[in-house]
Design a binder for this molecule. Structure first.
Ligand code: D5M
Ligand code: FE
Ligand code: ZN
Length: 472
């Protein structure tokens, strides 16, 4: 152990002043041999001992020392891992993969029977458990929920009674999610009265990983460069703040640019009307951030790639102006920052959840992120607002369980903790658009979430005013 006083005194003894960063570094290292080596090797004309005099301390180009070297691994959704043209039959494989995998998670907690077995007379009015894919969700005239559940052997109708405990969970059921149901079969064997809804879920015992070494990531979303509502002043304040902050990673969960032809009449709301120029402009904005940052960029529905999820990474022909410290990933992508896994998902399925769930609203994305975690799926519903590209594998499942689920798209901030996973929607860098005004969507723009990788504690910074404000 070396105290800061010891270090400062040792340099003063040799008539040297010392930069506070050097003191901090040497104290962290706690290596008295290193201290002696520095004392004996600084050039004779030195007045202040700086980072460049300390072996291994290494100044970055920006004059700021790394607390730790950035350590990024793209676990899933690296450049080029999806995007092939798929045949229609792949939907069979796709849903089969989803059912097998998520059904397996439920199966470990109960013993389920094949749905076709419910036809046998001996199960009538008996307790039964099934696992299947929800094929249809309806409200009955009395306000109960009736869903059809399907496995590879058959289909059964399941009734969730509005007067039973747990009905709120049943109201969040979405077409194409995988569930288990424990219940009693009707006397004609055609209807299962649900007692309990089982979801793949995250176990209560789940303990998130935390980084062993210091490190901070900044999470943002929906920059929308090129739109006349892009908040360039706020971005400039953010940019200046990050240049002086001890941040190793910057992640953006899609809608990097506003795009072209995304909605009717968009042209009139664009300040940059060329898609290449929109990306070039973003590239320039990112050039002025510190080169020590690792910047991880995923696409959203406004970006240039296909809308169907998983969306491929932004192609190289659009990223010529981006600095070398940028990494382009797919939507979704699972990235590890010093071992802390962040699942980045733009969040288009939130539109479907809002459309299909009573009480869900654009004002608060937190419950929707929580339901994604319970379902262990980012976007179960096929054929509504979220286009899904089928594959032999379902890349939209949530497995492994990440430490952080990060979304965007709705332009409204939300943070929620669920069974040890922290879900964060950081909001946007675009002010309210005419369309959002019409839809009564009130964005929370110009916010960034700082995530401490050692504690997983989030801090919300608001750059919308003249002065940056820490919101908590
Ligand atoms: O989405 C920004 C916000 O606007 C998000 O809350 C969804 C909402 N939005 C966008 N387009 C539509 C349509 N067509 N219907 C309903 N809600 C919509 P962004 O992806 O940035 O446009
Ligand atoms: Fe957006
Ligand atoms: Zn979006």
């Amino acid at each position: 152990m070396l105290s800061t006083e010891t270090i400062v005194q040792r340099f003063l003894d040799t008539k040297l002043q010392v930069h506070p960063e050097v003191v901090r570094y040497l104290a962290e290292k706690g290596d008295s041999d290193l201290l002696e080596r520095v004392v004996s090797t600084v050039p004779g004309d030195t007045i202040v001992v700086l980072a460049q005099h300390v072996p291994g301390m290494g100044l970055s180009k920006d004059g700021t020392r790394f607390l730790t070297d950035p350590e990024v691994e793209i676990i899933n959704g690296g450049e080029g891992s999806s995007g092939g043209v798929l045949g229609v039959t792949d939907y069979l494989h796709y849903f089969r993969h989803r059912y097998d995998h998520l059904g397996g998670l439920i199966r470990s907690r109960c013993s389920a029977m094949p749905i076709e077995a419910l036809k046998k007379p001996r199960y009538r009015e008996e307790k039964c458990t099934i696992i299947g894919l929800v094929s249809e969700v309806k409200s009955t005239t009395k306000g109960h929920r009736r869903v059809d559940v399907e496995d590879s052997t058959g289909t059964v109708a399941v009734l969730f009674n509005k007067d039973r405990p747990g009905f709120a969970d049943a109201e969040t059921l979405l077409p194409d999610e995988v569930i288990g149901v424990k219940g009693s079969l009707s006397s004609d064997g055609k209807l299962l009265f649900a007692d309990q809804l089982l979801r793949p879920d995250i176990p209560h015992s789940h303990a998130p990983y935390t980084s062993q070494t210091p490190g901070k990531a900044v999470l943002i979303s929906d920059i929308h460069v090129g739109s006349d509502t892009f908040l360039d002043d706020a971005w400039e304040r953010f940019s200046e703040w990050i240049r002086g902050a001890d941040i190793s990673y910057l992640l953006c969960a899609g809608d990097l640019v506003d795009g072209i032809g995304i909605y009717p009449g968009q042209e009139a709301e664009l300040t940059i009307k060329n898609i290449y120029e929109q990306y070039d402009f973003l590239g320039e904005l990112l050039q002025s951030l510190p080169s020590r940052l690792k910047i991880i960029l995923a696409p959203g529905n406004h970006d240039v790639v296909r809308g169907a999820e998983p969306q491929p990474a932004i192609p190289r022909k659009f990223t010529g102006k981006f600095p070398d410290n940028c990494v382009f990933v797919e939507n979704p992508a699972l990235v590890s920052l010093q071992g802390v896994r962040v699942l980045m998902y733009h969040g288009r399925s939130i539109d479907d959840q809002i459309g299909l769930t009573p009480g869900a609203s654009y004002e608060n994305p937190s419950p929707m992120m929580e339901w994604m975690l319970k379902r262990r799926h980012l976007a179960p519903t096929y054929g509504r607002k979220t286009p899904i590209a089928a594959d032999r594998q379902d890349h939209l499942m949530i497995d492994p369980i990440p430490e952080i689920l990060m979304t965007g798209h709705v332009h409204v901030m939300g943070i929620v903790q669920y069974h040890g996973t922290l879900a964060i929607n950081a909001g946007t860098w675009q002010s309210q658009t005419a369309f959002q005004k019409q839809m009564n969507i009130n964005p929370t723009p110009a916010r960034a979430v700082v995530l401490d990788l050692q504690t997983l504690a989030p801090t919300i910074l608001d750059f919308s005013g003249e002065e940056m404000v820490v919101l908590g």
